[in-house]
Design a protein around this ligand. Structure first.
Ligand code: PGA
Length: 289
């Protein structure tokens, strides 16, 4: 899409934030309004890896073994190919949450190759990714489709990690915040404040994914704080303060500590380094500086 189209789209959507009025709040989530309620969340995205069940068993159990008594109080999830979900659950015991890399927004019917929320729920999966840039770009999943995935997961009682982020060209045009605003508003459309405790956001600048070009902590913090402001606009400040916003894009043992020290960075979504138990183990055991 040309920048002019992006800019028009952005101004249309950003300007319509009044449509996202806060839903009634019953006070049940009072604790999550506190910043320290944002428990760190380290997650791995295996993508089209590893190549065999035996390798998946070894990798999941090796990663689980990195969670020890001295590990920070952190949620750890692995998003894995469907075929390895139960394998990874068995291999990692209770230590890891095993999620799906995607889900079909339809519940049943003639959708060859698709996997539904109820299928996943029935095998104990509670989490799925939505909106990963590889799904957006390679598989053509647009914001409406992604919103359907988010809604279906919430409806099923599951949780979603919604991935957002700008392309390199958009970054250079200083459109990161605006692109995230569009993706957040479209992705979360129809999700109430009460259901936000089952939503996590992963900000992943596309130019940083798989490139080794990790965003600087300052750059990432800047966009994360913009995302939180957008959430405050869509819902309210309390909801925004409670939302966990993860950074993704070439996170490594070398970069994790500084990233995790930023005020608005609550975790990491890790691709390449989640395929190496030593590296991912170090990321799980991050040391905020
Ligand atoms: P990367 O992938 O860590 O290999 O950059 C991140 C992701 O795609 O979620």
């Amino acid at each position: 899409m040309k920048f002019s189209c992006v800019a028009t789209l952005i101004s249309t959507i950003v300007g319509s934030s009044a449509a996202f009025s806060p839903s009634l709040f019953d006070g049940a989530r009072t604790h999550s309004s506190q910043l320290n309620a944002r428990k760190p969340f380290i997650s791995g995205n295996w993508k089209l890896n590893p190549q065999t069940k035996a390798e998946a068993v070894t990798l999941a159990s090796d990663i689980a073994s990195k969670i020890t008594d001295s590990t920070p109080d952190v949620d750890v999830a692995l998003f894995v190919p469907y075929v390895f979900i139960e394998t990874a659950m068995d291999a990692s015991g209770e230590k890891l949450m095993i999620g799906a890399e995607g889900v079909c927004p339809e519940i049943n019917g003639a959708f060859t190759g698709a996997v539904s929320t109820s299928m996943l729920n029935s095998v104990g999966v509670k989490w799925a990714l939505a909106g990963h840039s590889e799904r957006r770009v390679i598989f053509g999943e647009n914001d409406e489709y992604i919103n359907g995935q988010c809604l279906k997961l919430i409806e099923e009682g599951m949780a979603v990690m919604l991935c957002i982020g700008e392309s390199e060209a958009e970054y250079e045009q200083k459109l990161a915040g605006a692109v995230c605003a569009v993706q957040l508003k479209k992705g979360l459309a129809g999700i109430s404040k009460e259901d936000l405790d089952r939503v996590v956001i992963a900000y992943e600048p596309v130019w940083a994914i798989g490139t080794g070009k990790v965003a600087t902590p300052e750059t990432a913090q800047n966009v994360h704080s913009k995302c939180r402001a957008i959430l405050a606009d869509m819902y309210d400040q309390e909801a925004a303060d409670a939302m966990r916003i993860l950074y993704g894009g070439s996170v490594s043992p070398e970069s994790v500590d500084e990233l995790m020290s930023q005020t608005d960075i609550d975790g990491a979504l890790v691709g390449g380094a989640s395929l190496d138990s030593e590296k991912f183990g170090r990321i799980i055991n991050f040391q905020a500086v």
